[in-house]
Design a protein around this ligand. Structure first.
Ligand code: FAD
Length: 384
């Protein structure tokens, strides 16, 4: 699936109405879900149902697949709003609106009907299953398969997998036993409840509370060969190329959204809090800090949108998407830190909304690759 296939005509007035609707949803229902998730430390399946029924999980997919056909760069405007909400809510929106891309890129027509369209319609949940506890993420992967008749027998371990214990399918990357590098890698749609699979919920995370992350152990787990997307040898291509650029750009926009929320909280607090007879917003030290934070957010937004437009027009943007993700995730760290500082000590307490935002923000520095990996991508392109 290229960027151009997903770009469909958009009715501007309908889009503006949808944007208003999402902004209102995030402030009302989104905040109620956030309170419930933090209190109960779980994400109720009713939230998934609500997001699906409102059409929020199929925003970016083509209409021919059951999606709403919103062009990628416009979808990002909505993702920015969702990302102002609880990180578990934005995680559902982000993953569901993106995971159809790698599946679709190498799916046969039959697999498109079986996996891609049901995922877009919200009938099945799919977890992107790449990271391993004993290997680097990518050409180093160690999970392996051997073929026996019409099945692959999958062995190995995966961890940190978002939705890993509630998914209907794991989009799992492994290699033919004995191969190295990208050679021999495969992408498999693995039903997680079969024999030879142990799935454990990982311990609670610092932020993104309530979202389940799975640790999966495979011991000669049979997976039908007909569940392999693409050919043998194309596994990493499915995981990384084509999908990675829009996904990095989208994570960049989730950073912009959460930073916007942090800034909003900081501005609001600075206007209310009085010390030594004046509101702290009237102190230049605080006002300048807020101005720097706002500039940082806007710079990241611009970089993300430029990478998005480049990807839409060319299908490329490898280095630009890495730059957008790198800058935006580090910007988010600066802005949430600044916002917490503006709150003073009370911001450190869970009774202050900035406390959750600060914890949630740390996750984005890992999602879709760390800063070190983004820099490696950018440098490789510059120096080749
Ligand atoms: C909230 C959350 C959700 C996640 N969801 C998923 C998911 O759904 N599916 C999934 O597959 N993964 C998921 N991950 C995992 C995430 O993609 C990885 O954590 C990330 O890619 C880093 O890999 P790692 O944890 O193995 O770190 P490591 O590779 O062990 O890296 C450790 C440190 O070394 C640095 N490093 C590693 N290799 C190099 C190198 N070659 N050069 C320089 N520095 C290097 C890294 O930048 C990092 O600082 C999730 C992570 C988080 C935090």
């Amino acid at each position: 699936m290229t960027a151009t296939v997903a770009a469909e005509a958009l009715d501007e007035s309908e889009f503006v109405a949808l944007k208003d609707e999402v902004a209102a949803y995030v402030r009302a229902e989104g905040e109620r879900w956030a309170e419930l998730i933090e209190a109960e430390r779980r994400v109720p399946l009713e939230l998934w149902d609500e997001l699906r029924d409102r059409g929020y999980l199929r925003l970016a997919a083509p209409r021919s697949y059951g999606g709403r056909g919103i062009p990628f760069s416009r979808y990002l405007e909505l993702l920015e709003l969702f990302s102002m909400s609880h990180a578990s809510l934005r995680m559902i929106v982000h993953v569901c609106n993106g995971i159809w891309r790698p599946m679709d890129s190498h799916a046969s027509e039959e697999q498109r009907e079986r996996f891609v369209k049901p995922q877009v319609r919200g009938e099945i949940k799919v977890a992107f299953t790449l990271t391993e506890p004993t290997a680097g993420t990518g050409a180093d992967l160690r999970a392996s398969v051997v073929r026996e008749g019409d099945a692959y027998l999958l062995s190995g371990e995966k961890h940190l997998i978002t939705f890993g214990t509630i998914a209907d399918y794991l989009l799992c990357f492994a290699r033919l036993k004995g191969t190295r590098g990208a050679e021999g890698t495969v992408a498999l749609m693995v039903p997680p409840l079969g024999p030879g699979i142990t799935a454990e919920v990982m311990p609670e995370t610092m932020g993104v509370r309530g979202t389940d992350h799975g640790h999966l152990i495979f011991d000669r787990a049979p997976v039908p060969v007909e569940n392999r997307l693409g050919e043998e040898g194309q596994g990493l291509e499915i995981a990384l190329s084509g999908f990675l650029a829009p996904s990095r750009i989208a994570v960049g926009m989730t950073c912009v959204g959460l930073a916007r929320r942090a800034l909003e909280l900081a501005v609001d607090y600075a206007k209310r809090r009085e010390t030594f007879g004046r509101k702290i917003a009237e102190r230049q030290a605080i006002a300048f800090r807020l101005a720097e934070m706002a500039t940082d957010v806007q710079a990241a937004r611009s970089l993300v949108m430029e990478a998005a437009r480049m990807w839409e027009s060319s299908g490329g943007a490898n280095a630009e998407s890495a730059m957008a993700k790198l800058f935006a995730s580090e910007m988010l760290q600066r802005v949430t830190d600044g916002a917490l500082q503006v709150h003073g000590g009370i911001g450190y307490w869970s009774s202050s909304p900035i406390e959750r935002v600060y914890r949630d923000a740390r996750a984005q520095r890992f999602e879709e690759g760390t800063a070190e990996i983004q820099k490696t991508t950018i440098a490789r392109q510059m120096l080749r």
